[in-house]
Design a protein around this ligand. Structure first.
Ligand code: ZN
Ligand code: ZN
Ligand code: FE
Length: 750
């Protein structure tokens, strides 16, 4: 006989871990105890050594679906001769530092009960258990316990209480446990938030959706706006009311089989769709889908998710195979999540509201992902992933990193763990900025940590920077934007560097005061050197150029030819007068700051190809260029790499000239777009080879918003692999500014 003490860290509280251990100990006939403590779970067991080994193996192999084991440490301790196995009550203080689980999709056991006529929770839309349901979005404080969740409003009935108290039950200590007798209830409200007399709110919702109405539906982290995805009129009306002209709407498909009829789905995509996190996955449309074209106009992809709450399953069970389920907000506002606020803000958008009275404590948008080079790539890391921790290389005093300004997220560290927040949004919007401050306060309170320093972007005018400098009261540390992108990718891989950083981005403030975005860096978590960049190019109209790609096209044409060459007849929708004025201003350098941005080069090429001259959301032109590009192209256009006092300068002007020639010769845009992508990939290979010769570094990081572009990323991976580079790309953290805060935190707490 032997006694072992097993200490397990990770997400092991509030996920059914102790009853799991209890049942496992019974199975192996071991005696001892299990309890929660400050870092996770501690188990003491007695038994024969080989049985103990099998017990430990079973913990690893059979752990509950929501549990994440970050470390498991077993050591022999003196034998005590226990009788039986018990779950010890944890001292409140000790479980405070445990990690809270993200919200998760309703598990298969609960789904079975949901559709079982005999079950007491038959068709109960808020069914959950220790293996599934809301977590992060209902937590009001720590430790994670019912009184400190929004379920505190609902006293458990006797039946629910006995499940809650029974270690053998799937609902042992399931904090959000509820049933139709004691739990939250559905209600249907009219556009003004007044209760509608409906016998069955769900049936009435379905009836209204069938009639083409727009219904706001309460989800896990906020409201969705739902319409029938096969009804073009309803979709159009939603666009009009939401003031969203072109951005694709997310879809919810009843099942994987239904999704497969809409889009091409490989094994990796299927896994991602069906994962417990249930993100929106970008999938290539099938030609024969039966949805309204205006769901995702001018787009090769659909954003599809599978149902993740019991309510979603009930909605999609019979009448609908697919619903549009877009986040409930007006263009740049944050997603609505509080009931009264949803009704107030959306009363001109929604015809009705399907609500329930379980409050959402923390707004959390749907996550968005795609598959790149056979790996998942998160483009927006939010519901389902937050607040899962990312390991940093070292323990360090707590840092708060406040991210960039668009696609803002923030990051708080505790010990050697970084907690990246949910998607916050564009801080220029006042309500988003309020949400930013609430998110900081919430993260600090559930992690119970007071940061010592605040990391912010070098850009002096970002709202996040101003918060750091003027409001936080913490010691500020500025981190250059593209260094933060590099560090974010290193941190995600648990690597300190050094590495070659290929950081292709929209725009970020450079340490020379120019606008960077096509950067070749060499750096690690601590520091970086800018070893090269795209040639500086005037950005006519400053920020306006990001909304009007034709301005960058004009800028490149002036640099190449000193004028707009005759072959370019016009930019559609742009008057000759405007062209002339902006041209003159650019030549004189008036309101035309210099940029090395790669995103702006994409804009210029998209405009030259006539894809679009103005965009309604950031990155739209670049996205279209990726979509039309023929991936089979392999011949790069000419470009120039020169040396400027030891720095490598990439000059795309020869490329622009060649593209123009191809355009006027009537070559297909798909071919030109494809060759443009190949050119960048082969340029990256050449640049990395030069840097390797100088530094001996063979490890490359690809980061920055441009690397949301899978075609470019995959072509680059191919090129770098043939030259023998080891390449790190993002997967769990977005390459765009949504991942920036992690990098900032990693730089300040290396
Ligand atoms: Zn469940
Ligand atoms: Zn109950
Ligand atoms: Fe960026």
């Amino acid at each position: 006989m032997q006694r072992q003490k097993i200490v397990i860290e990770g997400i092991v509280q509030g996920v059914g871990f102790r009853p799991f251990i209890y049942q496992l100990a019974e199975r192996f006939a071991l005696t001892g105890s299990v309890c929660n403590d400050s870092r996770g779970v501690t188990i003491e067991v007695e038994g024969a050594p080989d049985v103990l080994d099998r017990f430990v193996a079973a913990i690893q192999n059979e752990k509950p679906p929501l549990a994440v084991i970050q470390s498991l440490h077993a050591e022999a301790v003196p034998l005590k001769g226990c009788v039986g196995f018990s779950i010890l009550q944890s001292a409140v203080d000790e479980s405070r530092r445990a990690q809270i689980s993200p919200d998760t999709f309703v598990c298969n056991d609960c789904l079975q009960e949901l559709f079982d006529v005999e079950n007491r929770r038959y068709r109960y839309p808020l069914i959950n258990c220790t293996n599934c349901g809301p977590r992060y979005t209902i937590v009001t404080g720590i430790p994670y316990d019912r009184p400190l969740t929004t379920m505190a409003d609902f006293p458990l009935c006797a039946a629910c209480q006995s499940e809650y108290d029974d270690p053998a039950s799937r609902r042992f200590h399931a904090q959000p446990n509820a049933c139709p007798d004691c739990g939250p209830q559905l209600q249907l409200l009219d556009a003004n938030g007044q209760p509608l007399k409906a016998r069955d709110p769900l049936e009435e919702t379905i009836r209204r959706l069938k009639n083409g109405q727009i219904v706001a539906i309460k989800g896990l982290g906020g409201y969705h706006l739902a319409v029938d995805a096969t009804n073009p009129g309803a979709v159009l009306e939603l666009r009009r009311r939401k003031q969203r002209d072109e951005k694709p709407f997310a879809l919810m498909a009843r099942s994987l089989e239904v999704a497969q009829r809409l889009a091409l789905i490989g094994d990796d995509e299927a896994r991602l769709l069906q994962g417990v996190e249930r993100p929106i996955v970008l999938l290539q449309k099938r030609a024969d889908h039966n949805l309204a074209e205006n769901v995702a106009p001018d787009n090769r992809c659909f954003g599809v998710m599978l149902p993740y709450t019991p309510l979603h399953y009930l909605l999609l069970q019979d009448e609908f195979e697919v619903l549009v389920m877009t986040s409930a907000n007006l263009s740049d506002e944050p997603i609505a999540f509080e009931d009264h606020e949803a009704c107030r803000r959306l009363n001109k958008v929604a015809d009705a509201f399907l609500v329930h009275n379980r409050r959402i404590q923390t707004r959390t948008d749907d996550s968005i992902a795609r598959v790149m080079a056979d790996r998942p790539l998160l483009l927006r890391r939010s519901r389902g992933f937050v607040p899962r921790a990312i390991a940093l290389p070292h323990e360090a005093p707590s840092i708060l990193a406040v991210g960039a300004e668009l696609k803002n997220t923030l990051c708080l560290t505790r010990g050697d763990r970084a907690f990246l927040s949910q998607h916050v949004g564009d801080l220029k919007n006042l309500e988003v900025y309020q949400s930013f401050k609430q998110t900081i306060a919430h993260l600090q309170s559930i992690l119970e940590v007071q940061p010592e320093k605040i990391a912010h972007d070098l850009h002096p005018d970002y709202y996040s920077t101003r918060y750091a400098l003027e409001e936080s009261g913490l010691e500020p540390v500025a981190v250059q934007h593209h260094h933060a992108h590099l560090a974010s990718c290193l941190a995600e891989h648990g690597v300190e560097g050094p590495a070659i950083g290929i950081i292709f981005d929209g725009i970020g403030y450079g340490d020379d005061g120019h606008i960077w975005g096509g950067e070749f860096l060499v750096g690690d978590l601590g520091d970086y050197e800018r070893v090269g960049h795209f040639r500086y190019q005037p950005m006519p109209g400053g920020d306006l150029a990001t909304q009007e790609p034709w301005r960058m096209a004009l800028s490149y044409l002036f640099s190449a030819y000193g004028e707009i060459p005759e072959v370019v007849n016009s930019f559609e929708g742009i008057s000759d007068n405007e062209l002339r004025l902006v041209g003159q201003a650019t030549l004189k350098g008036i309101n035309a700051p210099l940029t090395s941005s790669c995103g702006r080069l994409f804009d210029a090429v998209a405009a030259l190809l006539g894809l679009r001259q103005k965009v309604s959301f950031e990155g739209q032109a670049a996205m279209q260029l990726e979509m039309i590009a023929d991936p089979s192209q392999s011949k790069p256009y000419p470009y120039l790499l020169s040396d400027d006092e030891g720095r490598i300068i990439f000059d795309p002007l020869p490329m622009i000239a060649a593209i123009l020639k191809d355009c006027s010769a009537g070559r297909p845009v798909a071919e030109i777009g494809g060759r443009f992508h190949v050119s960048l990939a082969s340029m990256i290979e050449e640049v990395c080879t030069q840097i390797r010769q100088k530094t001996g570094l063979g490890q490359v990081v690809l980061s920055g918003g441009v690397f949301q572009n899978c075609l470019l990323a995959e072509m680059t991976l191919t090129c770098l692999a043939r030259s023998g580079f080891k390449v790190l790309t993002h997967s769990l953290v977005p390459p765009n500014d949504g991942g920036l805060a992690l990098g900032q935190a990693a730089v300040v707490a290396p």
